[in-house]
Design a protein around this ligand. Structure first.
Ligand code: IVH
Length: 689
């Protein structure tokens, strides 16, 4: 998967879309539930694959790319806080071209005539942890970490100990104002803290960012008070009024209230000026008292920010221009093969531990067989490791490539069950063919089946699954629902009291009528993640209909295939995966067995309040005041779907001047047609609903 790799751009785009979804699912499982459904190595491999594809196709980097996820998971020891407005992440750019493209995207979206005149703020990107400070009646009432962006941790008491953070706002400040910024530890303070920690035999922190996070996320605020933490403002959250109508103006006003704003924050007009400020900040980087990892540009005009809005986790109006990745050399000590839940054989490189940009790295995922071949890796080779921001470390170069030694022999049998391991046609991944007979897969598959995003069976954790597998009570999902037969035997086992056994069996019984989409996701069929499972069931309502259609499609029934293909987000790989899963007799047996134990009710999705929710809108003709992209974004903002063509399923046609065949068709079909001004009114009304 490199620049010399045969993967097409379309395939890469498709794969990136799927990776974004899949990794997001795993993040939720890990962060929200503390219950990952795949191994760390498998997770790393997905992230790495994403990063690698993004490196080769930088223009395909998605706004919701997992490589942009930041923030610590909300930790259960601290109270959770739901943010009044989500704490967003940032899209990344790496090259000058990325920045020019960002400016062009902005101009195109806003329909500006002259992209070169757009004003941005530019300021260092601080490598700390973001924090939202809520002031009500000009008093600090709450401080929260970013968490997953929606829910963070309450760190109010801790934050009150940070000298940079005012407890009160001045009288002219608005009544409700959330200040957002970065809590960090200066490099010198970090070094001193680690020296003191070491002397006291205490935990050493890997870098200033970890030290700041560890110091802030304390149950005991006295610990935070003893640590030298600082705060730099970079924005705001919920506010009842703003003191200016530009990013720069508001930042100046906030500085006037006694907060620290990064002194390099400035206003630049056009890309050239932005880049020149970037280079000036980059040249100062090493001498700055704190770690920075790039420069952030934000569209200065707030009315434009509002129009640009955001996609998934990141605003369209901002971009982080990251500094180049950090590299180090080390030795590849071993190549180990791990078997994941879906049977994928993932090679993991064990390294002589090496410090890369402040973090000790001792493992890298080698991704797949092709990656090992591409780099010509063999045990004992000297390699170059790269780490860019939050991206998982990767090997970027093999320094011993030319030395005459035999290549690494990738196994053709599963190290866990010894079944044959093969790569499907056109696929780089080698997979164990053992399915549920493979011990590695059985454990991982059952763990996945009961995990939070799937059946979510409380009390059936990894340890119990391993125990029940070892006892021979558990091999397939349906066996979970027969565990009650082992009640007496379980009661006799160490660690199981009447109460815990009763709770477990009750939690299992509570899932006899599970959500059909979760059940489907739980089966762990390739390419069928939680989102896809929901999409499929939204269309087919029951698992038996889905099975019928997917089987028919696999057997060459064109109508069935068309039905599947019509579903948004369902492509050839999903259809093929479903088909081959249902084609295997042992999977059909497993499915029947399971549906003999559980009865999922028909999958019917509740409709939300907005009148436009789920409606389909088509835009045609020339739009005068907004771009087509903005129009589509507006439709999505009010819960509707923007489609490209008119059909009986269309609910509204927005027609500008020059509308032709689509307008005619809509009129024939009796579909409501409005002009751009009417659309603006509809949009405004729906937003205020
Ligand atoms: S703006 C709406 N500005 O970087 C965008 N973020 O990678 C919100 N960060 O979560 C962020 N310095 O914690 C912004 N000057 C800066 C920043 C900055 C550091 C952090 C912030 C954010 C993360 C995104």
């Amino acid at each position: 998967m490199t620049s010399d790799s045969p993967i097409s751009e379309a395939d890469a785009a498709n794969r990136l879309m799927r990776l974004a979804r899949e990794i997001a699912q795993h993040n939720r499982a890990y962060h929200d539930a503390d219950m990952p459904v795949i191994s760390d190595a498998e997770y790393d491999a997905l992230v790495r694959e994403n990063a690698e594809l993004e490196r080769v196709f930088p223009h395909l980097v998605r706004s919701d790319s997992p490589s942009k996820l930041v923030g610590a998971p909300a930790n259960s020891a601290l109270t959770k806080v739901r943010h009044a407005r989500p704490m967003l992440s940032l899209d990344n750019g790496f090259t000058d071209d990325d920045i020019a493209e960002f400016a062009q995207r902005v101009a195109r979206f806003l329909k500006l005539d002259d992209a070169s005149q757009t004003a941005f703020t530019a300021e260092p990107k601080i490598d700390g942890l973001s924090c939202s400070l809520r002031y009500e009646g000009r008093k600090l009432v709450q401080a929260a970490t970013r968490g997953d962006g929606q829910v963070g941790e309450d760190v109010t008491a801790n934050v009150r100990t940070i000298a940079d953070i005012p407890q009160n706002l001045p009288d002219d400040a608005p009544d409700i104002f959330e200040i957002r910024g970065e809590i960090y530890m200066a490099k010198a303070d970090f070094a001193a803290l680690n020296a003191a920690q070491e002397a006291a035999g205490q935990k050493i922190f890997a870098n200033p960012r970890n030290a700041a996070a560890g110091s802030l996320r304390q149950k005991d605020a006295a610990v935070t008070a003893a640590r030298p933490l600082h705060f730099l403002v970079h924005g705001w959250g919920e506010v009842c009024a703003l003191p200016a109508d530009t990013q720069y103006g508001v930042m100046r006003a906030i500085a006037g209230w006694g907060f620290t704003v990064e002194p390099r924050l400035c206003r630049v007009v056009g890309v050239e000026a932005a880049l020149s400020h970037y280079r000036s900040i980059e040249s100062e980087r090493a001498d700055l008292p704190y770690d920075i990892d790039g420069v952030v540009y934000k569209v200065d005009r707030l009315d434009w920010q509002e129009r640009l809005g955001f996609v998934a986790r990141a605003p369209r109006w901002a971009l982080a221009h990251k500094f180049p990745a950090e590299r180090a050399q080390t030795t590849l000590e071993a190549i180990e093969i791990q078997v994941g839940r879906t049977g994928k054989l993932t090679p993991v490189g064990r390294l002589s531990p090496v410090n890369v940009g402040g973090v000790m790295v001792s493992n890298v995922t080698l991704h797949n067989r092709d990656e090992i071949a591409r780099l010509g890796l063999r045990v004992g080779d000297r390699v170059v490791i790269q780490r860019a921001g939050d991206v998982i470390p990767q090997i970027v170069e093999n320094l011993t490539r030319a030395a005459p030694r035999p290549p690494f022999a990738f196994p053709d049998h599963c190290p866990a069950c010894h079944s044959e391991a093969v790569a499907e046609v056109g696929e780089v991944d080698v997979r164990c063919t053992g399915g549920l007979i493979c011990v590695a897969q059985r454990y991982e598959r059952l763990k996945h089946f009961v995990a939070r995003g799937a059946l979510d069976i409380e009390g059936l954790g990894e340890k119990s699954i391993a125990e029940f597998i070892a006892l021979g009570w558990l091999a397939a999902p349906a066996d979970i629902f027969r565990l009650h037969q082992h009640r007496a035997a379980l009661l006799g086992r160490e660690g199981w009291q009447q109460k815990s056994v009763d709770n477990l069996l009750a939690a299992i019984e509570a899932k006899r009528a599970p959500d059909a989409a979760r059940l489907l996701f739980g089966l762990g069929i390739r390419h069928v993640g939680a989102v896809t499972a929901r999409d499929l069931l939204k269309s087919f309502v029951t698992l038996s209909t889905l099975r019928q259609v997917a089987t028919a499609a696999h057997d060459g029934d064109a109508a069935a295939l068309a039905q599947l293909t019509a579903i948004d987000g369902v492509g050839p790989s999903v259809i093929a995966a479903l088909g081959s899963f249902l084609h295997e007799p042992h999977n059909v047996a497993l499915w029947d067995d399971l549906l003999g134990e559980v009865t999922p009710p028909p999958y019917i999705v509740a409709v939300r309040a907005s009148a436009w929710n789920g409606k389909t809108i088509v835009f045609t003709g020339k739009l005068e005041s907004i771009s087509r992209d903005e129009a589509k974004a507006q439709a999505e903002m009010i819960g509707a779907r923007a489609a490209g063509s008119v059909s009986a399923a269309t609910d509204l046609l927005v027609a500008g001047p020059g509308a032709g065949s689509k307008l005619k068709k809509a009129q024939e079909l009796g579909i409501e047609v409005v002009d751009e001004a009417e659309w603006a009114a509809i949009f405004a009304a729906a937003r205020s609903d």
